[in-house]
Design a protein around this ligand. Structure first.
Ligand code: CAA
Length: 276
């Protein structure tokens, strides 16, 4: 549900894994664009020789589109990837809950909003979960899986199995604003914005992080990829939840006091002590 960049990426990787996919959006034009970008992405694979033209056509044959929410009536799994606005998400989850069969899992691809808040808009909290894909979806291996307060173990397991069936790796995160990825990346990107405000050239900020830290992309390039609106919404969600957080975290202070300094002392967040 929602055929933007991420929604169409999810449709592509799901169809590649031979699931029957129905892509829903309120606008025909958005659906047309989504199909166009999936076609283009698959054509690239054909021209590189990683799939045949026949395979491309087979993948496309697994995808249908609709502007009617009732398309979800026969779905086993619905993945919502609509704008990051809680009121819209709650409305969508209410509507989906009313029309989907009892067994249907309702998942949100939100990057920062609490899953439990969407789940409580339904009468099926155990069947609501976060399945958060990364941009660009066809390339990125990791997918965050977030259990809400009442998500069942069965739903969690099915979600992880589904992600693995796409050739991706589920990473479990707690249902707290920003989960793991946005919480860390958005904070880093925000600091990069301050670096620019302090007079650093954007291309130097990005080049520094790429070459000095071996990131595939600098934080400003990454913001451009993710969308400044998404980063802004993520930061706003986290600000409401965490307030001013750029003090040394109490965990860090207690580790320093204890001498748990990392590799150099044999213990930090991980244990580096040599086996006796
Ligand atoms: N769709 C499909 N395939 C794509 C693609 C896209 N949009 N962009 C790149 N690719 C493919 C290329 O075709 C290429 O494939 P082959 O290896 O088969 O040739 C491969 O990815 C590598 O691409 P490039 O050589 O063009 O460029 P690169 O090596 O610089 O990689 C990148 C591009 C994969 C995007 C890399 O720069 C990267 O990993 N960047 C970090 C991305 C990241 O951190 N994503 C998470 C963002 S946070 C998020 O998504 C959460 C949120 O909700 C905000």
């Amino acid at each position: 549900m929602g055929a933007g960049v991420i929604g169409s990426g999810i449709a592509q990787v799901t169809a590649q894994a031979r699931y029957e996919v129905m892509v829903m959006d309120i606008e025909e034009e958005v659906l047309r664009r989504a199909l166009g970008s999936i076609d283009k992405s698959l054509s690239k694979k054909v021209s590189k020789g990683s799939i045949s033209e026949d395979k491309k056509q087979e993948i496309l044959s697994h995808i249908t589109t609709t502007t009617d929410i009732n398309g979800a009536k026969s779905a086993d799994l619905v993945i919502e990837a609509i704008p990051e606005v809680m009121e819209l998400k709650v409305k969508a989850f209410k509507e989906l809950d009313a029309i989907c069969p009892k067994h249907t899992i309702l998942a949100s691809n939100t990057s920062s909003l609490p899953i439990s808040a969407m789940a409580s808009a339904t009468k099926r909290q155990p069947k609501v979960v976060g399945i958060h894909f990364m941009n660009p979806v066809p390339v990125m291996k990791g997918v965050e899986i977030i259990a809400g307060r009442h998500t069942s173990n069965e739903t969690l397991q099915t979600s992880k199995d589904f992600v693995r069936s796409l050739g991706k790796e589920p990473c479990e995160a707690v249902d707290y604003a920003g989960f793991i990825v946005s919480r860390i990346l958005d904070a880093m990107m925000n600091e990069a914005f301050y670096c620019v405000m302090d007079g650093n050239k954007p291309e130097e900020v990005d080049r520094t992080i790429r070459t000095c830290c071996n990131f595939p992309m600098g934080p400003l390039e990454l913001c451009d990829l993710a969308g400044a609106d998404i980063v802004y919404q993520g930061l706003e969600t986290m600000r409401k939840e965490f307030g001013d957080r750029l003090y040394p975290a109490p965990l860090l202070v207690s580790m320093v006091r204890a001498g748990d300094l990392g590799r150099k002392t044999g213990r930090g967040f991980y244990n580096y002590a040599k086996e006796a």
